[in-house]
Design a protein around this ligand. Structure first.
Ligand SMILES: N[C@@H](CCC(=O)N[C@@H](CS)C(=O)NCC(=O)O)C(=O)O
Length: 217
């Protein structure tokens, strides 16, 4: 069966790869699994039909036959388990790749997301100027640590894995901040991920949703 994922009908980032369906699209492309997309508006995301798929009324979701999943990390893990290409066959290497998936989502994404949300939602607040350097420092700390671990390697632990896919996607939210570029090895790491043909296909598909909504001319 062809799985169906959900994505924003109108993404706040104008289809630039930040909405979390991007990581699911990318994973599906990496393993060569065709998929369909159901676009949902913000209103539809809070209606019963979508809440049955996602208890928090968010995207992405994933449906395949009788299986309905939410949480981008769980979806990417499911895809990676079902088809080869995103998790090593060796049990120990596989466990380490899963650890990097959790690290991307649990350790690296939270400070990056908090900083991004503050930039969007708190610019007019009296504490914004004082808080921003603290948020930058939290992000820098994680980037320092990640850059030190990556060193001169191409990927975090051997071959490209679902851990790299999630980490690159998480780091993309820092685009334009200059923070990733403070570490040339991390900037190269993100560029390496984005150069993958599967990434390119996923990005183009997400961007096409936005482009299709623009008036002609
Ligand atoms: N932890 C969830 C986060 C999902 C999430 O925050 N989705 C955003 C889009 S990237 C969303 O649906 N936002 C709209 C809302 O929360 O109402 C995941 O990784 O899937």
């Amino acid at each position: 069966m062809t799985p169906t994922i959900t994505a924003f009908a109108s993404s706040p980032d104008r289809g630039r790869g930040l909405a979390r369906d991007m990581r699911v699209r990318w994973a599906l492309e990496e393993v060569g699994q065709p998929y369909e997309v159901r676009l949902v508006s913000f209103a539809q995301m809070k209606e019963p039909a979508h809440l049955a798929r996602h208890p928090f009324g968010q995207i992405p979701t994933y449906e395949d036959g009788g299986l309905a999943l939410f949480e981008s990390g769980a979806i990417v893990f499911h895809i990676a388990e079902r088809r080869p290409g995103l998790l090593p066959a060796d049990a120990d290497a596989r466990a380490r790749a899963v650890a990097w998936m959790f690290a991307a989502l649990n350790t690296v994404e939270p400070p990056i997301f908090e900083r991004a949300m503050a930039l969007i939602l708190e610019r007019d607040k009296p504490w914004f100027e004082a808080r921003q350097p603290m948020l930058d420092a939290s992000v820098r700390r994680r980037l320092d640590e990640l850059a030190a671990r990556l060193g001169g390697a191409d990927w975090l632990d051997g071959a490209f894995s679902a851990g790299d896919l999630l980490m690159v996607n998480v780091l993309m939210r820092l685009g334009g901040s200059g923070l990733v570029e403070e570490h040339p090895n991390l900037a190269a790491y993100v560029a390496r991920g984005q150069a993958r043909p599967a990434y390119q296909r996923a990005f183009a598909a997400q961007l096409a949703v936005f482009t299709a909504q623009q008036p002609a001319g």
